[in-house]
Design a protein around this ligand. Structure first.
Ligand code: DGJ
Length: 728
């Protein structure tokens, strides 16, 4: 049994972890433990100091040591004497905000709960159990139902909360986090993933300081700037040792991760939608569902945590036909042609690509409306006949005749002021009445919280997908959202707009992915501005960054790999000099870097030399062979490209029989000895044969001493070793 209840103490057990909480004699739900298995009740950890200025609930009587401000709580609420970060804040009609949550009931349900209208981890009945704990505020009648999805084999616990208004009056929720985790023991450091456009998910690790620290997005998207994932680790935690806790929010909009290190050196983590961009009116009888947070912990370092998140995202969040299928090697037209193409040009690019073994041509931005640059056309999802005179069917037919599939780009949530859609429905664009709207890339955002806007988009996208044999959609989003306002919401409910926008996106994605189950959907947001577990529920891959420079990509993909599996990373070989940095990197190094993802090309292959074309053929053959290992094997970060002169990573098959090491040496140093790379995850009983020269190494030698990197000459030298276990 993954979930056990004994004497109002809740035990959530996975293969390697124990999560424990207890409803005490006053009904306060205390958090006792999240860590390695201990085999016992952890209540002995609780201390009850008499701390002045940390008040006491009335029913504690004369006991000055019982304070909600000092004890570890499972879901902290505002207004009842806990002055730390709260997980939930509710405002009543009289302007007050107290919510005194006390234990009411609990139940264990087989399988994993789902969340209406929101993406969530899913599992078969025998893979998970759900625990529901119902807390109630006696005065208002409000209930909070905490949901825990326990997946023993994956070492994963999911969390989400439901807020139910059982009182007689409407209330406003000002904060409703998915996760609250109190850790009263240990010294923790905080790792978050920050960045900007062209530089996503750079890890940053800092010791906690007293007070509140946060990473958040208020941009309407999870954002390039902060990712909705977080790590807490003990000082000294490395890839392979040390205690760490990870959390990923399954959400694609404004989010907030906050950590408070309090007066007693205790740590509280809260995570959920961004309370600064959120409020929600709850009428009597209504329920509000928070997004889901996915949690894991280990005492074996970051690598183990990453493996767990990779698995749960790949197998229990990604869905559909392409979840396990190898993805097509595609050529995307963006960096090959930008807006400057017509049917003949695309056919020529495709012809060259087909000869080299590329599976699919993707026609990126510029094929619709009057879209000759980024100032016009968004919203007009019909074919631009100046560029594609014979229409989509003819183009797709010609591509298919070469043995290639065809994919297409959309940016459904956007509208250009210079578009037929804007001329007909300017009221569909988000803007504050009486003010000029903020533009981003010249464009405005559609109010997809409106059902009529979503219906239009569903029809428009469906019409195109039904009009030709289209196998793939790239779903882009190229600006941050500001000017939050929806015509359909009353003034006092405008604070609901950011969350309603995300619910609208999920509704549209759900309808379209259900209507077109054979189409591969790839998420995108100016590269990786919406790279999160929420999008991965609908799109099994996401364009990782608009920075296609392979050196830069080693860093971006390194940061991305802490939570997200390689199979979810959209990654292509682009032309040199690179369009974002001007850097020139040899094609083999570009290709091994792009293989750490969905793999494809972002250039006109007809412009390559004959030698480079031969290389491309060999790369595609290699990817076809290694693809299943790359996408389904365990991924190991063998170096830190922010600190070392090389980036090297490794894929290991489930039976540890196949090993692929790839990467890049950034700079050659003269008069030096080669660095040794220690492999991980091998079968210690086996010997391995290196494909390149047939030499044989023991697992012990490869893991303890390592394998020398290739002799380097020049910069950005590719690394690739393939090893197979020898059957003896
Ligand atoms: C941003 C994307 O990340 C690019 O790959 C490309 O699709 C452009 N948008 C097109 O406008």
């Amino acid at each position: 049994m993954a979930v056990r209840i004994e004497n109002e103490t809740f035990y959530l057990e996975t293969e390697n972890t124990l999560y424990q909480m207890k409803a005490d004699c006053r009904g306060v739900l205390k958090h006792l433990w999240y860590g390695a298995k201990t085999g016992q009740d952890m209540e002995y950890l609780l201390e009850y100091p008499d701390v002045a200025f940390s008040g006491n609930p009335y029913d504690a009587g004369r006991d000055r040591t019982y304070s909600l401000d000092t004890m570890p709580l499972e879901y902290a609420a505002e207004g009842v004497g806990d002055f730390r970060l709260s997980a939930v804040t509710v405002r009543y009609e009289d302007g007050t905000s107290a919510l005194d949550l006390r234990y009411e009931s609990s139940r264990i349900v087989p399988g994993k709960y789902s969340i209406p209208g929101l993406p969530a981890v899913y599992a078969d009945e025998d893979e998970a159990q759900t625990l529901e704990i119902c807390l109630k505020d006696a005065v208002s009648g409000i209930r909070v139902i905490l949901k825990y999805g326990v997946m023993p084999e994956c070492d994963i616990i999911t969390r989400s909360a439901v807020i139910e208004n059982n009182g007689g009056h409407p209330v406003v929720i000002d904060r409703a986090h998915s996760l609250c985790l109190d850790i009263p023991y240990g010294q923790w450091e905080w790792v978050h993933f920050h960045g900007r456009h062209l530089k996503e998910r750079t890890p940053e690790r800092r010791p906690l300081f007293h007070g509140v620290q946060q990473s958040a997005s208020g941009r309407g998207i999870s954002s390039h700037h902060q990712n909705p994932t977080v790590l807490l680790c003990e000082e000294g935690c490395t890839e392979t040792s040390g205690t760490c806790i990870g959390a990923a929010l399954v959400y694609s909009g404004c989010f907030q991760t906050q950590i408070e290190y309090d007066q007693l050196n205790q740590t509280r983590l809260v995570m959920g939608s961004n309370s600064e961009r959120f409020s929600w009116e709850l009428a009597p009888g209504e329920r509000f569902y928070t997004p889901e947070a996915v949690l894991s912990m280990t005492d074996a370092g970051f690598e183990t945590l990453s493996h767990r998140f990779h698995r749960v995202i790949r197998e229990h969040i990604c869905r559909g036909k392409y979840k396990r299928m190898e993805r097509p090697v595609l050529l995307n037209s963006w960096e090959a042609a930008y807006f400057d193409f017509d049917e003949e040009k695309l056919v020529e690019i495709a012809r060259g690509a087909a000869e080299l073994g590329v599976d699919m041509l993707v026609m990126d931005d510029g094929w619709f409306g009057h879209r000759d640059n980024d100032e016009a056309g968004l919203g007009d999802w019909y074919v631009n006949r100046f560029k594609l005179a014979s229409g989509l069917e003819s183009l797709v037919g010609r591509i298919n005749a070469m043995g290639m599939d065809f994919g297409i780009w959309f940016e459904p949530e956007m509208i250009s002021e210079d578009s037929d859609l804007f001329r007909a429905h300017s009221e569909w664009a988000i803007r504050i009445p009486g003010r000029d709207p903020v533009r981003g890339r010249y464009q405005l955002v559609l109010d997809i919280s409106r059902a009529d806007v979503r219906d239009y988009l569903f029809e428009a996208v469906s019409r195109i997908l039904n009009s030709a044999n289209i196998a793939y959609v790239k779903w882009d989003f190229n600006r941050s959202v500001s000017d939050w306002y929806s015509e359909l919401l009353p003034a006092d409910r405008q604070g609901e707009m950011p969350h309603r926008f995300v619910l609208g996106l999920y509704d549209l994605l759900e309808r379209l992915t259900q209507a077109f189950p054979d189409v591969l959907f790839e998420g995108c947001c100016g590269g990786g501005g919406r790279f999160d577990a929420g999008i991965l529920y609908y799109c099994p891959q996401i364009w990782c960054s608009d920075d296609t420079d392979a050196y830069e990509r080693t860093q971006i993909q390194y940061g991305t790999s802490f939570f997200y599996p390689v199979s979810s990373v959209g990654s292509h070989v682009s032309a040199v000099p690179n369009h974002q940095t001007g850097r020139s990197i040899p094609i083999r190094s570009r290709s091994v870097t792009a293989m750490a993802g969905s793999f494809g090309y972002e250039l006109d292959v007809n412009r390559l030399t004959e030698e480079e074309k031969e290389d491309v053929k060999a790369q595609i053959r290699a990817f076809k062979e290694y693809g299943p290992l790359i996408h389904n094997g365990k991924y190991y970060r063998l170096s830190n490209p922010f600190e070392e002169q090389y980036a090297v990573w490794e894929y290991v098959s489930a039976d540890a029989g196949q090993i692929l090491v790839q990467g890049m040496i950034f700079r050659t140093e003269p008069n030096s000895v080669r660095s040794l790379i220690r492999l991980r995850g091998l079968d210690p009983q086996k010997n391995y044969r290196l494909r390149e020269d047939g030499s044989i190494y023991s697992a012990g030698a490869l893991m303890n001493a390592g394998i020398p990197l290739p002799k380097a000459w020049g910069d950005y030298v590719p690394v690739e070793f393939y090893l197979e276990a020898i059957e003896e």
